[in-house]
Design a protein around this ligand. Structure first.
Ligand code: CA
Length: 224
């Protein structure tokens, strides 16, 4: 899951980034509304954590602007304890969920997973795909009932594919999901991770769509 964190408080932000990375999420952090616009224009994100008090634009105004221009990225709003009106306003203004500061990092990551699940129209935490079972919140994977160990990047890649089951994802989109803003990513890194996913989960797990990118393979599953 590729998360855009929009938060001007460096200390709060670094805590969130560190906490969510421990849970295996890819998090990119920006401190202003204009940087958030720039990030959305250039990268593919699954979800946004938006602080309402930003230095260059009110978070609510930013969110309304996004919604008015058709930006439908799921947004979880962070709001101060005393800003109850903001919370109500936040949900009305196109936010998908909110958390009151200070909050527990475990709760934040749980809310993000619920949000992603809701967006994907799933009612449980586990995604079933043929013989594959993937538990979104813990990152555990089973193939035909046997636990499979995936490296962190492989897990991010599998998550991106399973969460967009019908979409063709370009190498750039997958790179965003797996690496975020990280620099110096080897140009064939995604190919290498896909090779390992196929080795561990069967060739059918990923379909190559020539010239366009990759897609989750058909659900009949493993042919190893
Ligand atoms: Ca703030």
């Amino acid at each position: 899951m590729h998360v855009l964190l929009v938060e001007d408080d460096a200390l709060v932000a670094s805590g969130i980034v560190a906490g969510l990375k421990l849970h295996g999420l890819t998090v990119d952090h920006v401190g202003t509304a204009s940087q958030a616009d720039a990030a959305l224009a250039t990268s593919y994100f699954d979800v946004c954590i938006l602080d309402l008090g930003l230095p260059d634009e009110d978070g609510m105004a930013l969110l309304r602007r996004w919604r008015n221009t058709g930006q439908d990225l799921p947004v979880l709003v962070l709001t101060a304890r005393d800003a109850l009106n903001h919370r109500v306003e936040g949900l009305l203004g196109g936010a998908d969920d909110y958390l009151v500061k200070p909050f527990d990092l475990d709760e934040l990551q749980a809310r993000l997973h619920v949000l992603m699940r809701r967006v994907a129209g799933r009612s449980t935490d586990c995604i079933e795909h043929g013989q594959l079972t993937f538990c979104a919140s813990t990152g555990q994977v089973w193939l035909a009932g046997k636990p499979i160990t995936l490296a962190r990047r492989e897990l991010s890649l599998l998550r991106a594919l399973l969460q967009n089951p019908r979409a063709i994802l370009s190498t750039e989109q997958l790179c965003d999901s797996v690496y975020g803003f990280e620099q110096n990513v080897e140009s064939n890194a995604i190919n290498v991770h896909i090779y390992h996913l196929r080795r561990k989960l069967g060739n059918n797990i990923v379909e190559t769509v020539r010239g366009l990118g990759y897609r989750l393979g058909p659900a009949q599953g493993a042919d190893r």
